[in-house]
Design a binder for this molecule. Structure first.
Ligand code: SAM
Length: 304
């Protein structure tokens, strides 16, 4: 091994003490090249890594699930602080970089699979059985940009009842969309879902210069504190989200038209208008003006 490669490996082992380290150095020493198609933009600033882990408030009672450990820099810090860490990485070529961490931290398990195909419920149940002291389950991730929304929606729709929080980095505009209130230009179906399941906020922004390779856009870290039970629960959340999707599929149209165009059985334009009257909402309103509370009430009116 060359002197530089030795130095890079050493640097990697001691990255906790470096504010800036070199992902290119780590990659070079393992002969690894970042894959754009998998969203492999690695953090190169230890301060940001620490700030993400701090924002997630990770402690020894926590089971942390990290999506996409990459070069394992945040993974190591998580393993130092959490009771258990399950890191799910789609790229098997990262195994030579990640496996030394598994040897170093017995609480760390790395699964090489697509997070969207992983049975996360089963993994959590197994860990909880093996370590009964684990009290909370937290998702912490610097998410791959190409699949951000499906990953967030999967965690909320399938696992909200067993998660305490999600803390993740996404593109800045996506972060704004996730937390935006009704009436703002960025408000969309995903904002309604996020508000339904969690109390969400943007923690801080991260410039593109903190990653290698450098992406074209800046990023933000979002924290979602997941409600143990959502504060507003319609009779059928599925029906409510069907309404929300219909409303935002035609967001420039009035809500009455967007919903009646979706042709839900038995839901005519007149019926939507009457339901809006009953709820004291203007017939001319657009779907982008309504919050979770109004969507839940409208869903209960329309689908009995
Ligand atoms: N955590 C590292 C960091 O902060 O430097 C890497 C973050 S990088 C933005 C995203 C990581 O997610 C990459 O390691 C990539 O291989 C991985 N990834 C991409 N798609 C994935 C998927 N469907 N399931 C699991 N991991 C995925």
């Amino acid at each position: 091994m060359s002197k530089q490669a030795e130095k890079n490996k050493l640097e990697r082992q001691e990255y906790g003490s470096h504010e800036r380290f070199s992902p290119y150095g780590i990659m070079a020493s393992y002969g690894f090249s970042a894959k754009k198609a998998l969203g492999q933009n690695f953090l190169s600033d230890m301060n940001i890594v620490r700030n993400i882990v701090d924002a997630a408030d990770v402690g020894t009672d926590d089971l942390v699930i990290e999506v996409g450990p990459g070069l394992g820099v945040m993974t190591a810090l998580l393993a130092e602080k959490a009771g258990c860490v399950i890191a799910i990485e789609i790229d098997r070529e990262l195994a030579p970089i990640l496996e030394p961490l598994v040897h170093k931290y017995p609480c760390l398990q790395v699964i090489y699979d697509d997070v969207m195909r992983t049975d996360i419920g089963k993994l959590i149940a197994e860990k909880r059985e093996a370590y009964p002291d684990l009290k909370r389950v937290k998702i912490v991730a610097n998410l791959p940009y190409y699949i951000t929304t499906p990953i967030i929606m999967m965690f909320l729709e399938q696992y909200a009842s067993i998660l305490t929080s999600l803390t993740f980095m996404v593109q800045k505009e996506v972060a704004r969309r996730l937390v935006s209130p009704p009436g703002s230009g960025e408000y969309g179906a995903i904002s309604v879902a996020v508000a339904y399941y969690s109390d969400a906020s943007v923690c801080f922004d991260v410039p593109a210069s903190c990653f290698v390779p450098r992406p074209k856009v800046d990023s933000s870290v979002v924290n979602m504190s997941v409600y143990p039970v959502p504060p507003i629960v319609p009779r059928s959340p599925d029906n409510m989200f069907r309404l929300v999707r219909a409303a935002f599929a035609q967001r420039r149209k009035m809500l009455v038209n967007a919903i009646s165009n979706a042709a839900f059985p038995g839901v005519s334009k007149e019926r939507v208008s009457e339901a809006l009257d009953k709820l004291g909402i203007f017939r001319t309103i657009r779907g982008e003006m309504l919050g979770v509370k109004e969507y839940a009430a409208l869903s209960d009116e329309l689908f009995e």
